[in-house]
Design a protein around this ligand. Structure first.
Ligand code: NAP
Length: 253
């Protein structure tokens, strides 16, 4: 007699990243049912396979209620390393609903020989560092925190984001609407074409946007790196999609 199939496990992936999409792809086959949740910030998101839902849950209590109402058995926080609030909400909601939680977090970037990196803890800190470092800024920290740079009237900014930023913004500004991944050649050409002399980035990690760091090193351009925010204590972590899939396989309910 063939063995009875086990129960389908319903995984809720908190998404908004390439890793979240890749995890949904990796779990497409049984015994998983996958629902990916997106915040709804991006106008035309690239949707993963499986089910999707869009919009906030209403804090950790709302997320815990949603988990219970939809029979979620496992929660994976695959949000961006800078989505600080959602990671804390996930930890609280998993505790409230008594289901296992995994944080899928790509490792941060590390400076190598030839890099001229200047670390700071916040976008406001990055803005404070800029006047001493350059006059033509490539700002790759996303459209949401642009207001932190709005008071800087001297430097010229090239802002790259998926959707157009709104005010307040620095007065000397060009917007480049683009979605990664970006190639090293693209980044080299972009730095040269716009005569960029300083780059600002979050320590997002991953491959999709790392070539800008290589291009900056080659061009001898300083990089302002915003450190990652804190993460909730006591949450299991996986650094790759494969490790997350293994964790799920070894954590039946
Ligand atoms: P955040 O500050 O940590 O979260 C703010 C609120 O947005 C949360 O309290 C939650 O609302 C809602 N939210 C966030 N992620 C959600 C998700 N995956 N599904 C449903 N609701 C979500 O997050 P953020 O920095 O604004 O980022 C929003 C989304 O963009 C995240 O999904 C993240 O993965 C993605 N993203 C962020 C960055 C970045 O630099 N921050 C970069 C690339 C992509 P409720 O409390 O109402 O549930």
């Amino acid at each position: 007699m063939p063995a009875e199939p086990g129960p389908v496990r319903h995984v809720l992936v908190l998404g908004g990243t390439t890793e979240a999409r890749r995890l949904a792809e990796a779990l497409e086959a049984a015994p998983y049912r996958v629902t990916t949740s997106l915040a709804g910030r991006v106008g035309a998101p690239v949707l993963p396979p499986g089910e999707t839902r869009i919009g906030g849950f209403g804090g950790p209590d709302g997320l815990a209620a949603w988990i219970r109402a939809h029979g979620i058995s496992h929660l994976v926080d695959a949000t961006h390393p800078f989505a600080e609030r959602m990671s804390f909400n996930a930890a609280r909601a998993a505790a409230l609903s008594g289901i296992p939680l995994l944080a899928l977090r790509r490792p941060g970037w590390a400076a190598g020989p030839g890099d001229d990196w200047h670390f700071t803890d916040s976008l406001a800190g990055a803005a404070a560092l800029l006047p001493g470092l350059g006059e033509r800024v490539f700002l790759t920290t996303g459209r949401m925190g642009l207001h932190h740079f709005a008071h800087l009237t001297e430097p010229w900014f090239l802002v790259r984001s998926v959707d157009a930023p709104g005010p307040p913004a620095p007065p000397r500004l060009e917007v480049l609407l683009a979605r990664g991944p970006f190639t090293l050649d693209d980044e080299r050409q972009l730095l040269a074409r716009h005569r960029i002399d300083v780059l600002v980035t979050k320590d997002s990690g991953g491959c999709a946007t790392a070539p800008k760091l290589t291009a900056a090193r080659e061009a001898g351009i300083p990089v302002v790196v915003v450190r990652r925010p804190p993460v909730p204590a006591g949450v299991a972590e996986a650094a790759s999609v494969e490790a997350a899939r293994d964790w799920l396989a070894t954590h039946p309910t």
